[in-house]
Ligand binder design. Structure first.
Ligand code: F6R
Length: 367
């Protein structure tokens, strides 16, 4: 049931604070800054022996994998590869027992992700799935499953399942760092505290974002194209924002690493082209600002999502949405939510079938 919401997608967007809380609650000890993930089925010795991590997924789940690469390499120091499952399954795989393969799938039934997982199992690699559906096919085949506790997701477009995948991957990062001793315990504690704060922040911000995104949607409802830009760990969120918009509103949208603009897409910029960029105040802030200034110089219609208190971005952009300042590592989760709402509001105004977009199925069980 939609519990008073007009669509399942909107309900599921608003369920994110609770879903995120459910995903981390039983796995952390916020007092001592310790994590406990026995469901991985990995001993400390297994974890210390990991030489490489391979993440494997489709669609939004692949975007979650792309974010995790930044986290894992930064905090655990293990090289990470990210593969689209349909690519992974048709090339030579160089896997062995020291590789940890992590398929990420909401449904646990996606054909390409399952096929890739079976290849990984055959190679002798350790395989731990991140999955939302209890007892789904993938969970019965892998060595361990880290469940996202997002609850059932009915809307075809992934929303709470995606942010809960990110939470699960963040927990995994902290846990591997704990076992391998690659992060000071004080730092881990700070990260856990920030994670605990996240549902509170989302709960507080959601109603305001909904209104702001409705206003933005009114202005851009007739756009033909949309460009989403970001850098670093937020770059995959540009991809996710574009995917959400195109799948439910049928507006052509692309996500790009902001630094790639000048290598092609900048040719598209004119007075009709909306460009939305994520510019939180992090290590690559100056770089992204420089990139979006080039958009402005070419008269693109610029929307910036950035840090509350940033006095600079209001001068460059046509529209600014201010988000609270949190631990930078968690920005990919925070910045996803207004982009979901933007896609939702645009699709609704265009009269699209938000929960059941054309040509799409909730789980893709054929190749
Ligand atoms: C996008 C979306 C899809 C899924 C993809 C993978 O909103 O929902 O891109 O993310 O089909 O599905 P799972 O995670 O079930 O393997």
């Amino acid at each position: 049931e939609k519990s008073g919401y007009t669509h399942f997608m909107l309900k599921e967007i608003f369920e994110q604070p609770q879903a995120i809380l459910n995903t981390f609650r039983s796995r952390i000890d916020p007092e001592h800054g310790q994590l406990c993930l026995p469901e991985l089925g990995l001993s400390d010795r297994d974890i210390k022996g990991i030489g490489r991590i391979v993440l494997l997924a489709c669609g939004s789940s692949w975007h979650a994998a792309l974010v995790a690469k930044y986290w894992l390499e930064q905090w655990v120091g293990i090289p990470v590869e990210v593969d689209i499952a349909s690519e992974f399954r048709y090339r030579r795989l160089l896997l062995d027992k020291n590789v940890l393969v992590i398929p990420i799938t909401q449904s646990g039934e996606t054909a390409d992700t399952l096929a890739g997982t079976r290849l990984a199992l055959k190679s002798g690699a350790k395989v731990v799935a991140i999955c939302n559906v209890l007892g789904s096919t993938i969970t019965r085949e892998v060595h361990g499953t880290l469940y996202t506790h997002a609850g059932p997701e009915i809307g075809v477009a992934s929303t709470k399942a995606f942010t809960c995948q990110l939470v699960a991957l963040f927990l995994l990062t902290l846990y591997l760092a704990q076992v391998r001793g690659t992060m000071a315990s004080r730092e881990r504690l700070t990260m856990i505290e920030s994670l605990v704060e996240l549902p509170v922040v989302l709960e507080r911000e959601l109603p305001g974002w909904q209104e702001e995104m409705e206003r933005l949607a009114e202005e851009f409802v007739k756009s033909r194209d949309f460009l989403f830009l970001a850098r670093g760990e937020n770059f995959p969120i540009a991809l996710e924002g574009a995917l959400k918009l195109k799948e439910i509103s049928y507006i052509h949208a692309e996500g790009y690493a902001a630094g790639e603009m000048k290598h092609g897409p900048i040719a598209l910029i004119d007075r009709d082209m909306p460009v939305l960029a994520l510019v939180p105040q992090n290590g690559v802030y100056d770089k992204v600002v420089a990139n979006v200034e080039e958009v402005k110089a070419r008269h693109g219609r610029l929307i910036l999502l950035g840090s509350r208190g940033d006095a600079n971005i209001g001068r460059i952009a046509d529209h600014v949405v201010y988000l609270p300042v949190i631990l930078p590592d968690l920005n990919p989760i925070l910045y996803t939510v207004p982009l979901q709402l933007l896609a939702y509001q645009v699709a609704r105004l265009r009269g699209c079938d938000v929960d059941q977009p054309r040509n799409l199925a909730k789980s893709v069980t054929v190749e």
